[in-house]
Each structure stands twice: as C-alpha cells, then as structure tokens.
Design a protein around this ligand. Structure first.
Ligand SMILES: [Mg+2]
Length: 238
C-alpha cells in the first residue's frame, strides 16, 4: 500500500507514546533533592495532582507555559509550608530534568516502525517544544514523524479547533477522511478530535471512565490500536 493511500495519524505524546508518569517522577524527585527537600511519596503524588490541574488551565488557555512552570511549585510550596525556596528556579530545574527523562511505553518503537510503512505519522502535543523534541529524540522515535505540531508555537492548545485547523493547513495533501487522532486525554485529545470532526482513538491503558466526550474507538493497548487502524484502512480502500 502506498503511503498516500494510508492514514494520516496524529499522535499525542505523553501517556500515548511516552510514559509520562515515569518521567514526571524522575524529574520531581530530582528537583526536590536539588533544593534540599526530602522527596516523600506524599510530595511526589501531590505534585502530580497539582501538575495535572495546572495542565487543565493550559488546555483552557487560562495560563501561559511560563506561568505554569512557577505556578506548580508556588502551589506545592505553599501547601506543604516549604519556605525560602525559589519557585522559578525549581520550575526551571524540573523542566530541564524532564527533558532528559524519556521512557517509551513498551512496544512503542515497534508500533511506529510498523505503522510508518503504510501511514503518515505526525505529532500533536501541548508539551513545550524544546522539552518534547529532546524527549522524542532521546526515545529514538522522532525520525518516524513527518512533522511535529506544538500548541505553544501555534498559539492554541488541543482541544481548540484552531489548533487542528492549523494542522490541517500544514499537513501536505491533508484529507480529513484519512485523519485519525490517537491520544490518552479525554479533555484535550478526544474533545479536540470531536471539535475538529476527525476520527479519534482513545488510548485508555489505565481503564479510566469516560465522561463528556465521544471517542470513535477505545483501545487499551497497541495491539488494539493496530486492529482499529487496520479496519479503518480497509474501509478507506473500499
Ligand atoms: Mg497525553
């Protein structure tokens, strides 16, 4: 099958291709230690919750990425009465370490190698450009993608329609009927695909409950994903 007859796959990065929880744990542990704070389970898990809540603000375009970097530590330090630490410096330390921390989800490279034979692969991410690029390179998977779309450079985050309009305008020979978004986030990926009117595959490897969005397909692992994509390819060929 020629690539032009295949699918246009738009992949989210974190928790779709890379194991974000593992990277986050490494980066926050390192940051706390660097600033002389004992990295307890309580602190690590609180940071993870704060991070998630702050990312929702990014999705809603309510804060900038720069504000995000410091805000996460402002909240953590206040909640745990950690005094005399510079949130801006902690944010910078965390971001630097995060860009070094890159772990693929098991089977990711083989999946991308296989799909890249029939389909065209792209990245759509709300992550910061230098951090994400470094992590993709480090994971050895950047070469599979024809292009990488960062919300920060576009000026709109997933799930905004404008983000996907930009992607559609910048993918050569864009064909909405062939486009499939694959992501783990209901609020940014699936809602985004719904807004943009493109097929969505919800990568739900942690058995989350669905709420408020309608993925076209739900898969729990890469095997399930391959089966769905194969069905879509067959449907297109008819
Ligand atoms: Mg994700």
């Amino acid at each position: 099958m020629a690539k032009g007859d295949g699918l246009i796959l738009l992949f989210d990065v974190d928790d779709t291709l890379l194991d974000f929880a593992k990277s986050e744990r490494r980066a926050i542990t390192h940051t706390l230690k660097t600033f002389g704070i004992e990295p307890t389970e309580e602190l690590i898990s609180a940071y993870s919750q704060i991070n998630l809540a702050c990312w929702k603000l990014i999705e809603d375009n309510k804060i900038t990425r720069k504000q995000l970097d410091r805000m996460r530590f402002d909240i953590l330090n206040e909640r745990f009465a950690i005094e005399g630490k510079d949130s801006v410096a902690m944010g910078a330390c965390y971001r630097k370490e995060l860009s070094e921390a890159s772990y693929v989800i098991r089977g990711c490279r083989a999946l991308l190698a296989e799909l890249s034979r029939t389909d065209r692969l792209f990245i759509v991410t709300n992550g910061a450009e230098p951090t994400q690029l470094k992590r993709l390179k480090k994971a050895g998977i950047d070469g599979f993608f024809e292009d990488i779309f960062y919300s920060e450079s576009i000026g709109f985050s997933k799930p905004y329609r404008e983000f996907f309009d930009y992607v559609a305008a910048h993918v050569q020979d864009w064909d909405a009927a062939r486009a499939v978004l694959i992501g783990d986030s209901q609020t940014s990926d699936i809602a985004g695909a719904n807004n943009a009117g493109i097929t969505s595959v919800w990568f739900n490897r942690r058995n989350e409950k669905i709420g408020g969005v309608k993925p076209d397909f739900t898969v729990k692992n890469y095997g399930g994903l391959k089966a769905v994509l194969s069905r879509l390819r067959t449907k297109l060929a008819k």
